[in-house]
Design a protein. Structure first.
Length: 245
């Protein structure tokens, strides 16, 4: 079980939405919860950044939210290092149905694919992970990570039709996609800064961190939208930035 006296650290490994900007990386987040180490999403460029903070051999699991490549292509790097540098097998990978086949890694000896779907709950060394289908292409899964003392929510990719309150009450931190500004609302299966702020307020999240911004979007405008709608401070994800709960 995680020690409740120890904090939770969320480290951003990549946060660009849909494509990577110069020096950027796709979606990827490192969660360290006492002795538990989890990688949430593994977009392009995230594995290189992961190694700045932990030894990949310490990973207890990888969680992949959905089929879009900006969220999983670096799983190839995870698997290659696990096999050839660590001699490891059966690293748990929690993902929606079909992603193993799409990735081309369904037979990778280093990985142990475990299919999850809406309302599934799994336990990773005492951390309960509950999955919820979001408002996005195919099956995309947001996740709540909870040890009974603290809770972290991740929206994954979603449009506004998925109420983030479904991730449950008492979120100490909500990592929420905010891909573009209000001017782009309705143009893709994502949320604006305004919509992310509204959703976080309705979910009564204690802290909001926005992520998955298109590299062409002005971060200050996006942040202002989210801040006004949320009614409180809003942090923006950036590679290497850490948030401690």
């Amino acid at each position: 079980m995680p020690d409740p006296r120890r904090g939770i650290t969320l480290t951003v490994l990549g946060c660009d939405g849909s494509w990577t900007g110069p020096g950027g990386a796709g979606s990827g987040y490192l969660v360290r919860w006492g002795p538990v180490t989890v990688m949430m999403d593994a977009g392009p460029g995230t594995f290189a950044n992961l190694q700045r903070f932990v030894d990949p051999a310490s990973l207890d699991a990888v969680i992949l939210s959905h089929h879009h490549p900006d969220h999983w292509t670096d799983l190839h790097m995870v698997a290659a290092r696990a096999r050839f540098a660590q001699g490891r097998s059966a690293l748990p990978v929690y993902a929606p149905a079909g992603l193993a086949g799409r990735s081309g890694l369904s037979d990778a000896v280093a990985l142990d694919w475990r299919v999850v779907t809406d309302a599934d709950r799994v336990d990773i060394k005492g951390v309960a992970c509950t999955f919820h289908r979001t408002d996005h292409a195919r099956e995309t899964l947001g996740v709540r990570l909870d040890d009974g003392v603290r809770a972290l929510g991740y929206s994954a990719d979603t449009g506004p039709a998925f109420p983030l309150v479904r991730l449950g009450s008492g979120l100490d931190l909500l990592l929420c996609e905010a891909t573009y500004t209000v001017d782009h609302e309705g143009t893709a299966g994502h949320m604006s800064g305004r919509q992310a702020g509204e959703q976080a307020r309705q979910a009564a999240a204690r802290r909001l961190v926005i992520t998955h911004r298109w590299p062409t979007i002005d971060p200050s405008v996006l942040g202002d939208e989210a801040r006004v709608a949320f009614g409180g401070p809003v942090d923006q994800a950036a590679i290497g930035k850490e948030f401690v709960l």
